[in-house]
Design a protein around this ligand. Sequence first.
Ligand code: FAD
Ligand code: N01
Length: 528
Amino acid sequence: MPDRDVLIIGAGFSGLYQLHKLRQLGFDAQIVEAGPQVGGTWYWNRYPGARCDIESIGYSYSFDHELQQEWNWSERYAAQPEILAYLEHVADRLDLRKDITFDTRVQSLVFDDADDCWTATTGNGSTISARFVVAATGCLSKPLTPTFDGLDDFTGDVHWTWDWPAGGADLAGKRVAVIGTGSSGVQTITAIAPVVGSMTVFQRTPTYAVPAQNRRIDEELAELKTHYDDFRAESRLSVGGFPCGDELPPFFEDLDDVRIRSELEVRYGNGGLCFQQSFRDLLQNEEANARAAEYVRNRISEKVDDPAVAEKLTPRTYPIAAKRMCVDTGYYEVYNQDNVALIDVNEQPIRRITPRGILAGDTEHEFDVIILATGFDAMTGALEAIDISHGAQTLRDKWSDGPRTYLGLMSAGFPNLFTVTGPQSPSVLSNMVTSIETHVEWISAALEYLHEHGLTRIEPDVAAEDNWVNTTNDAADMTLLGQAPSWYMGANVPGKPRAALPFVGGVGVYQQILDGVAVTGYHGFELV
Ligand code: FAD
Ligand code: N01
């Protein structure tokens, strides 16, 4: 008999809820977490300025009515310490820690057909067997660590955004380099600009950033709490897992210029990622996309004093929203500071890190601190970092040309192994807490169904999986996603196959598909 009914890997938003839900259903479940405490993303990413870019009222659990009534978010977009405090509070409130093993990384998972169970081997050599495994390992938890020649020779401090020193880093008055201008870079650059002595930003691709319009939300939150459940229900049926209001109709419906302009202005003024839902077909229609992109480009040029710097910061080579947009609080204005410089690494490539700084092009720039905000091996990275095998087949081999899943929940040939917000589910294209709850609840219901029917094994049919892979690829092909070399497509990791990693059909549509599969007795799955 296996040690546990269910092994959950990871103690972030996903793993914590999964443990609670399974306990409620009477399963014997355990979490194994590589880090020293709960929080996942919000434990690791402690860099200055880290905060969510989905509004906290939605970027939070909905499953516990009292929790959402009692918890008070201070700001529209909570900062990392507040989100971490929330997850710690949830762990305490639900008494989750007693079933979590910290500081332990799962290194391999081997499926045993005789017993229908998985055996996990951890970094310290211990083993745990479980009938089912839920990989709550995170979509953005495997850091991308480009090998810059000479990094080890640098005599100053090196900090990665995803592993920021727990006690903070001393940047006051220092000469600081930042490599990377995605969300982590944008937030870090903005937050440290007031304290550094000088800062040089090394940019490879400029980002489209829209303002956060962050603010305290005391009164808004009190009002929302009078109808919070309606808001949550709307979130689950929405495109992105957070209600953004009605978007403009598809672009081909001959929208007039005044209406387009006012829609973009209102959404930009409101702040946040709902900007990318200005038009229903913003990610499908090149003309619609171009209008929104041009609008943001014009705002950048208004914010940056030096036209040459503004031009460098202006994205022109890929459609807006085809790469994850950033939500900023004064990012562009940082470049108006006299002590801030911007280097385009396409013009001046980073040749190597030297003991004193960075050699870019022919110039050595001297620094006290180098900050790396270079991103993640997204969606598949954390899963493929584990040696997952069933007989002669490994998940890594199976996914060598790109992930193959049924519904982003399971992969054929790997029975009893579920992924939360796995590849080919909406996941990173949505408010992830909404998508996490959807998956946790679906997985839990499936396990309950198996238990009630005396079954011990669930696995997708190959045909159902092939169909889903084609569906997700076809859906992505109908969008502009492929036109950006982004982590959505695996393009940021050298050698990673290009494939659309998330399902682009939207949260509401996806939820209905999942419901339909469950209602029909788990259509497309083989249950034994
Ligand atoms: P994680 O929080 O990534 O947790 C996974 C855990 O699994 C980690 O603690 C990791 O240590 C552990 N783990 C992984 N592999 C193993 C292993 N082999 N053995 C043991 N443990 C393992 N999403 C949004 O929707 N809105 C936002 O505003 C937003 N902001 C973000 C900001 C940052 C800086 C980052 C990096 C991501 C952000 N995301 C955001 C995405 C975010 O990752 C998810 O919203 C959510 O936190 C994911 O929760 P999770 O539990 O699925 O994964
Ligand atoms: O990572 P990224 P991130 N030389 O991949 C550059 C979520 N998140 O950690 O664009 C030089 O976006 C790289 O350049 P390029 C959110 O989903 C949310 O910032 O590949 N540069 C890019 O500029 C987000 O999308 C928040 O050309 C190199 C940067 O490093 C996701 O996490 C905050 C390089 C990496 O950007 C990932 O964001 C933080 C090299 N060798 C994260 N290698 C919120 O605001 C990489 N780069 C909620």
